[in-house]
Design a protein around this ligand. Structure first.
Ligand code: UT7
Length: 340
């Protein structure tokens, strides 16, 4: 055995053992929005596919990015037949941490009963969950961590205003959380097969949340501090193109066709963006879940919410190839192809 072999243990496989999700109790329907701003149920459904979204309630119900994340992870652990004490890594993908410090992941890990394990947050906006998934898979394949969880939890409605000044974003976003639990296996064929992660910071101004007056792109409006600013048309065009480019890139890397993928598990940003990708690749409806109608765009939570819904419906099976795809602020875009 030469030195190189001793330094490179065979890569391990990674299995997804469990999943769970959590949604706030509060609902905001298109009819509710009609009363708050100049919009209509018909316009929203036609342009986005959204009927209602869930909205967290910090004061009344004590809901937060953390509490939703804890509930989702507890459910994922229960479905995996595990407890928090089994975990050795927790990543929380979020762009809405409850506080700048501590990381949400540390409190989530503590509240599910984990020991003094590695726990940190991952940014990446709507791509956060997919970026976290790829970095977790890379670390688990080397055996660095054996049992781990990724949580996507966001409460972006707190950075949205429900009036005419923000009607393009007010209709889109909702709150929620989803979590997946992973474990290494000697079967190296399972787990991450291919991945792609990209960013283009020169387009940052198409989707951002200004925290200071100096952050504004173009006109400064102090009343919009801490409020999502979005160039909807630009993001839409970017998303339609990058979604399709990403799918092509990932299929090519793995040397497979779209028809080999059992499920495309996609960030839910706009039903029209998803249906454009379906048309381009000839993906049947039952291979790309669209649940944006019920939840809106839940940022880092949307991908694990889809995974959990597919699992509950019995639509994911051992050995399936599934592709996670997302894009969002940054601008960022990323994919993760897994063999379940
Ligand atoms: O995770 C990434 C997050 N972001 C996205 O994925 C967003 C991607 N973009 C979109 O989903 C779409 O651009 C929107 C849904 C935001 C907007 O739809 P659109 O078809 O691109 O509309 P538009 O921005 O081209 O606006 C068309 C018209 C405008 O009126 P005029 O200028 O034609 O008179 C808007 O003022 O629709 C108007 N409009 C609305 N009307 C009713 C904008 N928002 C609304 C609204 N209700 N809520």
């Amino acid at each position: 055995m030469n030195a190189a072999q001793t330094l490179q243990p065979p890569p391990l496989g990674v299995r997804i053992l469990g999943c769970g999700s959590a949604l706030p109790v509060g609902r905001l329907t298109n009819v509710d929005l009609e009363k708050l701003m100049d919009t209509s149920d018909e316009w929203i459904v036609q342009r986005t596919g959204i009927h209602e979204r869930r909205v967290f309630d910090r004061e009344g119900r004590g809901e937060s990015t953390r509490t939703l994340g804890v509930t989702a992870l507890k459910r994922a652990l229960a479905s995996a037949g595990m407890t928090g004490a089994d975990l050795d890594l927790v990543l929380v993908a979020t762009m809405t941490p409850d506080m700048m410090c501590p990381p949400v992941a540390c409190r989530v890990a503590a509240e599910v009963g984990a020991g003094h394990i590695a726990a940190w947050d991952v940014g990446g906006a709507c791509c956060g969950f997919v970026f976290a998934l790829n970095s977790l898979a890379a670390q688990m394949r080397t055996g660095l961590y054996k049992t781990a969880a990724v949580v996507g939890s966001d409460t972006l409605t707190q950075h949205t205003r429900y009036d005419n000044s923000c009607r393009d974003t007010a209709i889109l976003f909702g709150d929620g959380a989803g979590a997946l639990v992973f474990q290494t296996t000697d079967d190296a064929s399972r787990g991450l097969v291919a991945q792609a992660m990209h960013s283009d910071g020169s387009c940052w101004q198409d989707l951002y949340v200004p925290q200071h007056v100096q952050d504004f792109y173009g006109e400064v409006d102090e009343s919009l501090l801490s409020t999502v600013r979005m160039n909807g048309r630009a993001v839409f065009k970017f998303a339609v193109k990058t979604f399709q480019d990403l799918i092509c890139e990932t299929l090519d890397m793995a040397g497979i066709q779209a028809s080999d993928v059992a499920q495309f598990i996609c960030h839910q940003s706009n039903a029209r963006i998803l249906s454009a990708a379906r048309d381009r690749f000839g993906i049947p409806e039952d291979r790309m879940l669209v649940n944006i109608g019920k939840y809106g765009n839940t940022v880092a939570a949307s991908v694990p919410l889809c995974y959990d819904e597919l699992m509950q419906a019995g639509r994911l099976h051992e050995g399936d190839l599934v592709m996670f795809v997302a894009f969002g602020g940054g601008l960022t875009w990323g994919s993760s192809l897994w063999r379940l």
